[in-house]
Design a protein around this ligand. Structure first.
Ligand code: BG6
Length: 475
């Protein structure tokens, strides 16, 4: 990898900070959602999580010991602005200064995510959050505060984390807050978020700050189930509605015509103004952040029942002629193993995705997440032998190295995650970290940190600037 390549790891505020109700922080939509019984695994909440808020120095010391070069974390909007706009919470501002300073002091590049899903509850309750275009102004004002405070210290900004995921889960599947299930609302809310993303990128440039800025996208490269043209066409439909709908405006500054027409034919009235179109053109990203976990396989709608079974989404929208199920269906890929959570494990798909991105857009790419969620066991000697995670990461990094040799411009790689953390709907059953945190649903656990085998393995990867050299050295 190039000299300035960053080997890092990532996290998000709601998943690690805890301290949900102290030092002036306001409630977020996730604080409310996770407290409603039945919404999360065994009703786990982010009230305490792994208590990074009080233990960040201990965690950063572990990062330094590992040799981590970059740490991606997110800022909690309601810790900075308890009601989303208006009064600023100085204790929140100070906390992130302290975290950023501690990272820099330890030689670790901070990569700051501005929004990782914890919207201030007030904005949801007063005007429906992303469902209203007012969000664009409030998000911009929030970003202005962050750029003013931290702009000189932070070289990499991630605007929105996985807009495609928080929109789909929040506005179609109703599994995340605000638990909506409405295609018309989904497309408009998504569009407002896309405009908000572009507007803050434009603002960042106008403020003449030294760093780079871009969103993180959950990219699932799509495969056709067969070479039947009907399946291939279905795959193309899926590309429009699961990839290009975001990547095109982020990178090229406009939606493509096929995406727009597909949405229109679904009976959706997209609330897009001339001013929006101008904002999109001005807010192209410097790099694209990619979160990669899996690929998806697609077949055409009039095929077999099997496809219908894996396309589980229930839809009660008041738009009746929308269903994407008529455009494409999800299918199983018989060539790929899966994780315990049934996610396809596909390292070659990682490379395919990077090549597709490069050939379509030719843009610098930062891998902002990649990792394996698994059940880890702390044994009697207080060790965690997570060879399955080492295998997973090692295969993915190997493909990443190939992609670089094949012409992709990758500027960094952040695994998900450094420490074990709260996995949204899965509590602590599903772990991703290099550092095991001794806790379960019980908020009174001791929260002790233990280094897993993968901790020492990644330490070597960083030291050797990749897997290729590492393997050669060990031969
Ligand atoms: C990404 C998110 O979607 O995937 C992370 O950005 C999340 O916040 C990660 O934790 C893994 O998902 P999950 O549901 O397994 O925790």
């Amino acid at each position: 990898m190039k000299k300035d390549f960053l080997w890092g790891s990532a996290s998000a505020a709601y998943q690690i900070e805890g301290a949900a109700n102290i030092d002036g922080k306001g409630p977020s939509i996730w604080d409310q959602f996770s407290h409603i019984p039945g919404n999360t695994y065994k009703n786990t909440t982010g009230d305490v999580t792994i208590d990074f808020y009080h233990r960040y120095q201990e965690d950063i010391a572990l990062m330094r010991e590992m040799g981590l070069q970059a740490y991606r974390f997110s800022i909690s909007w309601p810790r900075i602005l308890p009601t989303g706009s208006g009064r600023v919470n100085q204790e929140g501002i100070d906390f992130y200064h302290a975290v950023i300073d501690e990272l820099i002091k330890n030689g670790i590049e901070p990569i700051v995510t501005i929004y990782h899903w914890d919207l201030p509850l007030e904005l949801q309750q007063s005007y429906n959050g992303f469902g209203n275009r007012k969000i664009i102004e409030d998000f911009t004002n929030y970003c202005k505060i962050l750029f003013t405070e931290y702009g000189e210290k932070v070289n990499y900004w991630i605007t929105l984390n996985e807009q495609n995921v928080f929109m789909e889960a929040g506005y179609l599947d109703a599994t995340f807050p605000p638990q909506e299930n409405d295609y018309q609302l989904y497309f408009n809310a998504n569009h407002y978020a896309t405009v908000a993303n572009a507007q803050v990128i434009d603002l960042y440039r106008k403020m003449k700050l030294p760093g780079k800025i871009g969103p993180s996208f959950a990219y699932k490269a799509v495969y056709a189930k067969s070479c039947d043209p009907a399946d291939v066409l279905a795959m193309e439909n899926a590309q429009e509605l699961t990839n290009w709908l975001w990547l095109d405006p982020y990178i090229t500054g406009k939606y493509n015509q096929i995406t727009l027409k597909t949405i229109e034919k679904m009976g959706i009235n997209l609330d897009i103004t001339t001013q929006d179109i101008e904002i999109l053109t001005k807010g192209k990203c410097d790099f694209i952040g990619i979160n990669y976990y899996r690929t998806q396989t697609i077949k055409s709608a009039d095929k077999t029942k099997e496809a219908v079974e894996v396309s589980k989404r229930t839809v009660n929208s008041n738009i009746k002629n929308f269903a994407t199920d008529k455009l494409y269906l999800k299918a199983k890929n018989q060539y790929l193993p899966t994780t315990e959570w049934n996610w396809a494990i596909d390292p070659v798909g990682f490379r395919i995705m990077l090549r597709r991105l490069t050939s379509r857009y030719d843009i610098p790419i930062m891998i902002t997440e990649n990792g394996l969620g698994a059940v880890d066991v702390l044994n009697e000697e207080k060790k965690i032998h997570d060879d399955y995670r080492i295998n997973y990461l090692s295969q993915h990094i190997t493909e990443l190295e190939q992609a670089v040799e094949e012409g992709c411009n990758i500027i960094g790689y952040c695994s998900w995650s450094f420490q074990d953390l709260f996995s949204w709907l899965n509590g602590y059953t599903k772990r991703y970290g290099f550092v095991y945190v001794d806790r379960d649903v019980d908020d009174n656990s001791k929260l002790l940190r233990y280094k897993k085998d993968s901790f020492y393995w990644y330490q070597q990867v960083i030291k050797n600037n990749g897997i290729k050299n590492f393997n050669n050295d060990n031969e």
